[in-house]
Ligand binder design. Structure first.
Ligand SMILES: O=C(CO)[C@H](O)[C@H](O)COP(=O)(O)O
Length: 262
């Protein structure tokens, strides 16, 4: 059955399957958004249904909330949980220091709030997400709709003095309308090519009126699980400074591929 998955989907599954093992009975778990995080939610759902795992999940988007409920995972709000044991989420890019670009799926604001409120943040990613320098993936910046053109102009002006390769900005669209986040905001995608100083850029962006949050996750991620299409994976832990190799056996997980049409 696993032959139906593309190599990239297999790699995402491998990372998600291994990261699910970090989740223990009784934990409050931040549930990320995106296709890799969806695998994680399916893995956890199976552990809930088949192994009696008791967890409470805090989803980072309405999409993830709906999938988690469908999978039989108890869903609570961050205000109910207050603090989380672990958050597991995907990423658009990660570098050697485990700094990230997130928000390709438009959920960066809730994702950053949830990850920051967690003892541990684990990123699950296929190997193609690893970069030497952040910035090839357009950096999402969530802005309030009021005066967004002015905010975009301010962002563009600020980029002039930043160490970046490109400076193009674009309002994310959903067909002919602006894309609207779960919090009712818009997203500007910044095509920067290469970000010289991600920490500085994140601070500058967040100081601007109209900017709600940016997709740079600096010093938030503790562990990245990098999956490969052949079942191999690496666990990179920034605190321990370790890289551990492991693998996931597809034959042990065939039941998880049943609902591929989703
Ligand atoms: O940040 C995100 C959503 O806002 C996602 O984690 C990111 O876009 C990766 O998505 P995928 O797992 O589908 O590649």
């Amino acid at each position: 059955m696993s032959a139906e998955l593309s190599p990239i989907d297999k790699a995402k599954f491998v990372a998600a399957r291994r990261a699910a093992d970090f989740v223990e009975d009784g934990m409050r778990v931040g549930l990320g958004t995106g296709s890799t995080a969806a695998w994680l939610v399916r893995c956890l759902g199976e552990m809930v249904r088949e192994n009696g795992l008791r967890i409470r999940g805090v989803p980072t988007s309405s999409r993830t909330a709906s999938l988690a409920r469908d999978e039989g995972i108890e869903v609570i709000t961050l205000d109910e949980a207050r603090w989380l044991d672990i958050t597991i989420d995907g990423a658009d890019e990660f570098d050697g220091a485990l700094n990230l670009i997130k928000g390709g799926g438009g959920a960066l604001l809730q994702e950053k709030i949830v990850a920051t409120a967690s003892d541990r943040m684990v990123v699950i990613a296929d190997a193609a997400k690893e970069v030497a320098h952040l910035g090839a993936f357009p950096l999402p910046v969530e802005v309030v709709p009021f005066g967004w053109r002015t905010t975009e102009a301010l962002v563009a002006e600020a980029l002039e003095s930043m160490d970046v390769m490109g400076r193009e900005t674009a309002l994310r669209m959903n067909g002919t309308e602006p894309y609207v986040t779960d919090e009712g905001n818009y997203i500007l995608d910044l095509r920067l090519g290469r970000i010289g100083n991600a920490r500085q850029l994140a601070l500058v962006l967040n100081q601007m009126p109209g900017v709600v949050e940016n997709g740079l996750f600096i010093d938030i991620c503790d562990t990245v699980v990098v999956g490969h299409g052949d079942g191999r994976l690496e666990l990179r832990d920034i605190n321990a400074g370790t890289v551990t190799e492991d693998r996931v056996d597809f034959a042990d997980n065939e039941n998880l591929f049943r609902d591929l049409g989703e």
